[in-house]
Design a protein around this ligand. Structure first.
Ligand code: TYC
Length: 114
């Protein structure tokens, strides 16, 4: 069954309209962390635990991925929440004199046709 098809209460399948589904599947955004040479590793790990609710083990793995590859995904959220996470990263980083940068990018459009 495609993502626009849905089982009806009486059995069988109905096609959901695009506008109807849009209210149920919001576009999602990846929040990215970018590497730099100055932000301490333990600061990034603590930030991933507090702002992005990661376990210490997951936070360490994400931090090392960013350190080794230059960029990595801290989490995936709706637009407003992703914006808030990016702002929280920048506020915490500046308060601690760290140059850490976060950004956001859209995931694939859930309304795109296959
Ligand atoms: N490269 C930093 C260091 O060696 C650690 C770091 C990791 C910084 C991830 C930013 O998003 C970052 N101290």
């Amino acid at each position: 069954m495609s993502s626009r098809e849905k089982e009806s209460p009486k059995g069988g399948v109905v096609l959901q309209s695009r506008t109807q589904r849009k209210t149920q599947k919001p576009r999602m955004y990846r929040v990215l962390l970018h590497n730099d040479d100055y932000t301490p590793m333990d600061f990034v790990v603590r930030l991933l635990q507090t702002v992005f609710r990661k376990t210490e083990s997951d936070a360490t793995a994400i931090m090392l991925h960013v350190h080794n590859h230059g960029v990595g995904v801290a989490g995936v959220y709706t637009h407003e929440i992703a914006e808030t996470k990016v702002a929280q990263v920048h506020m915490l980083a500046r308060q601690n004199d760290c140059p850490l940068v976060a950004s956001m990018e859209p995931e694939d459009d859930p309304d795109a046709e296959r």
